[in-house]
Structure formats: structure tokens, C-alpha cells
Design a protein around this ligand. Structure first.
Ligand SMILES: *Cc1c(COP(=O)(O)O)cnc(C)c1O
Length: 413
């Protein structure tokens, strides 16, 4: 029996096993915990990240430039590893920009998107020679000011808030009124401003949503994005060289999620590249920016059982971590429909399911729930509980200061 067959939930990437234990990067979990020296910890499997990039390279059309959205997992070692595998890094803050620049990747392969870039961040980004994805007219002016001050002609792209919305996306970030991007109908005015400010406009960027598992919906969003950019390109005085189609590729988190059909996504993209992009935007390099899909399944969050408590017939496992490290698995502060992330007893990975248990953290709130009534092997104090799909939006997206427990360790193996 493989590890993933025993996991209650969806099928996370197969980490493999060593002597009855889950193995991360080929190391059995007890040994790994001893080496890291404390629980809880996040561990990311370097080879699974590499394999994921290879899968994308083999499946997607070769014209696609693959970027990593650093905010999904900004651990410097992870970003460094990915910098050697992908074509570009996308950052959303000066902190992420520093991590990206430290990898030594060419600055013209770094893009900076996100609303509310502070003037100081803009100055640093212009000085570093990266691409600024403009989210407003105000930003265009600030970028131009920084360029004059530094004697640099800034390279920019326009992030467009599209005039369509994508259904079925976990988090919508395009269409309707938004703080993200410039409304499509305002882009003509912005283009005139960019010309007047003498910014080096390389192209456009549309990010329509996150955590999408439906290839047809993704394909439709990409098709409408290309149509929109073709229309906007007609108003631009420079050819489109950069065509960022967003991403939003989802990963399965619960039993009912089916993995994304990447072959279908690739077929849709190939049609766009060989048709409208080749015909109407011949100089454009199509870019996909992926975060979660590149790293989400490569990571685990590992906690140790501190206490086993039977309360009125229900078996609770109290672990030494919780929602302050891995908020998403707890249901994001009271999500209406909470679904369990895949979970396993990592040091007993080959033992058969035996009892229904509820895994809770040690914060003083009933929201600190990591797994609700899951079937696990018989557990004991000191067992290692593993929460899968923890490689993206885990530690970085969690309220670590809540209750003031120590931060978990992080390791790339
Ligand atoms: C967050 C973000 C991404 C990455 O999204 P994932 O769902 O992690 O792939 C890509 N582009 C932009 C503009 C983002 O804000």
C-alpha cells in the first residue's frame, strides 16, 4: 500500500516511504524530525518541485514562459531552487523582491504586481531594473518619477482588470469592481499617459482568479484574455512583447476535488498560441505565473501529538502546532464549509486505519481544528501528524503571532 492510499482526503503527491514511515526527500519522518530538532515544522521536497516543473515543461506548449509567484512560498531556499528551473519570478512586495534578486536571476525576468506599491518599493524596483506591473494611473506617475530621479527608463506592463469574470475559481481577482489592475475601459487613457511619461511598455497582464481545477474554465479565461489584449494592443504604440495570461491552476485539497487536467489546459493554450497570438500578437511571449501549482503539493506540515483526550466518546489528538502555522487547513477563521486537508500519521504510514480522531492545535479557540473526524491508525503521544498540501500559502499565510507560540522550522529537503 502506498502512502497516498492511506491518506484520508485527496491524493497528494507521492512522497514515498522508508521503513513504515512517510519519507520527505527520501528521509523517514522520525529521522527528519530528529535532524530538524523540533516540531512542528514545514518540510518541502525539492525533487517534487522539480518534477512538477518538468511535468509542466513536457505538457505545455514550448512557447510558454513559466513564472513562479513567490508569495505562494517565499522561503528563500525554495525561491532559489525554483529560480534555476523557471523563466521568471513574480513578486508582490519589496521583501519578495529582495528574495528574488538574491537568487541572482536576471532582473528583467522579475515582475512586480500588486495594488498599493509604496513609493519606496517602486524606487527599489526601478533601480533594480525589473518589470513593474502597473495597477493604476498613480503608479504610472510614481514609476516615471522614480525613473527620472534614477536616470533609468522604467520597464512596465499594464495589469488589466478584465471586463469578464471567471466562474468556478476559488478566489476571483478579475472582473467587476476590483482593487486589482486597471479596468479594461480605462486602459486607453493609461496608454496615452504611459506614452507621455516615456515608460517602456512591454505588454499586458491579466490574472483572473486562483485555485481553479476546471481546464475548460481556465481555457475560456485565457481565450478571453487574449481577445482583450488583442483589442488593447491596437491602441498601443508599441508591439506587445509580454503577454501574461495569469495562471490560477488549482490543486486538490479535499476528497471531492479532482486534479486539474493539464493536457486539456495545454491543448487550449496551443490553439491560442498557434491561432490568435501568432496572427495578431506575433512578438508576444506568453507567460503563465503559477504559485500554488508549483509548490503546494510538495510540502507537508508536521506536528507531534502532545495529548490524546477522549471527550464524551470523541477521540481528540492535541498536537504541538495549529492554525497559527497552517491556517488554511483549519478553514481560514471559520470558513462556512470546512473540508479536511489530507492528513496521515507520518510515522505509521503503513498501519491500517483504526479509529476516528479529531486533530486540534493548542490555541484557545474551537477554530483551531486541523482535521475533523478522520480515520487514522491507532495513535499515541509523540506520533507525528502530517498535514499535506502545505507547500503553498501555509506558514506565509498564517497568523503566527496568535498566542505567541514559537514559529515552526522550515526545511527544503
Ligand atoms: C497570487 C497570485 C498568483 C499566484 O496564484 P496561485 O493561485 O498561487 O497560482 C499569480 N498572479 C498574481 C497576480 C497573484 O496575485
Amino acid at each position: 500500500m502506498t502512502a497516498s492510499e492511506l491518506i484520508i482526503g485527496s491524493g497528494p503527491a507521492d512522497f514515498g516511504t522508508v521503513a513504515g514511515e512517510l519519507a520527505i526527500g527520501g528521509i523517514g519522518l522520525s529521522r527528519l524530525a530528529a535532524r530538524i530538532g523540533s516540531t512542528p515544522f514545514f518540510a518541502y521536497d525539492r525533487s517534487l518541485i522539480t518534477e512538477r516543473v518538468q511535468l509542466l515543461r513536457q505538457t505545455l506548449p514550448p512557447a510558454i514562459r513559466l513564472h513562479y509567484a513567490v508569495k505562494a512560498n517565499p522561503m528563500p531556499a525554495v525561491v532559489q531552487h525554483l529560480a534555476g528551473l523557471v523563466d521568471g519570478l513574480d513578486v508582490a512586495s519589496a521583501g519578495e523582491l529582495a528574495v528574488a534578486l538574491d537568487t541572482g536571476i536576471r532582473p528583467d525576468r522579475i515582475g512586480f504586481a500588486g495594488p498599493g506599491k509604496a513609493p519606496a518599493e517602486i524606487g527599489r524596483a526601478v533601480a533594480a531594473g525589473i518589470t513593474l506591473e502597473l495597477e493604476s494611473e498613480t503608479e504610472a506617475r510614481r514609476v516615471a518619477e522614480a525613473g527620472v530621479r534614477l536616470g533609468i527608463r522604467p520597464r512596465v506592463a499594464i495589469r488589466v482588470n478584465p471586463d469578464f469574470a471567471v466562474r468556478g475559481s476559488g478566489m476571483r481577482m478579475g472582473g467587476g469592481p476590483q482593487q486589482f489592475g486597471v479596468d479594461a475601459e480605462r486602459v486607453p487613457d493609461l496608454l496615452r499617459l504611459i506614452t507621455a511619461l516615456d515608460l517602456d511598455l512591454i505588454g499586458f497582464h491579466v490574472f483572473a482568479g486562483s485555485q481553479n481545477l476546471n481546464a475548460d474554465i481556465l481555457g475560456e479565461a485565457q481565450r478571453r484574455t487574449v481577445e482583450l489584449i488583442i483589442a488593447l494592443a491596437e491602441l498601443s504604440s508599441t508591439p506587445v512583447r509580454y503577454l501574461n495570461l495569469g495562471g490560477g491552476f488549482g490543486i486538490p485539497y479535499s476528497e471531492r476535488d479532482r486534479p486539474l487536467d493539464l493536457t486539456r489546459v495545454a491543448a487550449n493554450l496551443a490553439e491560442l498560441i498557434d491561432g490568435p497570438i501568432a496572427n495578431r500578437l506575433p512578438e508576444a511571449r506568453p507567460v503563465l505565473e503559477l504559485g500554488r501549482y508549483l509548490v503546494g503539493e510538495s510540502g507537508v506540515y508536521v506536528t507531534r501529538v502532545l495529548d490524546r483526550k477522549l471527550s464524551r466518546g470523541e477521540q481528540f489528538l492535541v498536537v504541538d502546532g495549529g492554525m497559527h502555522h497552517q491556517l488554511a487547513a483549519s478553514g481560514n477563521l471559520g470558513q462556512v464549509i470546512r473540508r479536511n486537508y489530507p492528513v496521515a500519521v507520518g510515522n505509521k504510514i503503513t498501519e491500517p486505519p483504526a479509529e476516528v480522531s479529531t486533530v486540534v492545535g493548542r490555541l484557545c479557540t474551537p477554530l483551531d481544528l486541523l482535521a475533523d473526524k478522520v480515520v487514522l491508525p491507532t495513535t499515541a503521544v509523540d506520533d507525528l501528524i502530517v498535514i499535506f498540501q502545505a507547500g503553498a500559502y501555509g506558514l506565509t499565510a498564517s497568523p503566527t503571532a496568535f498566542l505567541g507560540h514559537p514559529a515552526p522550522a522550515e526545511a527544503l529537503i
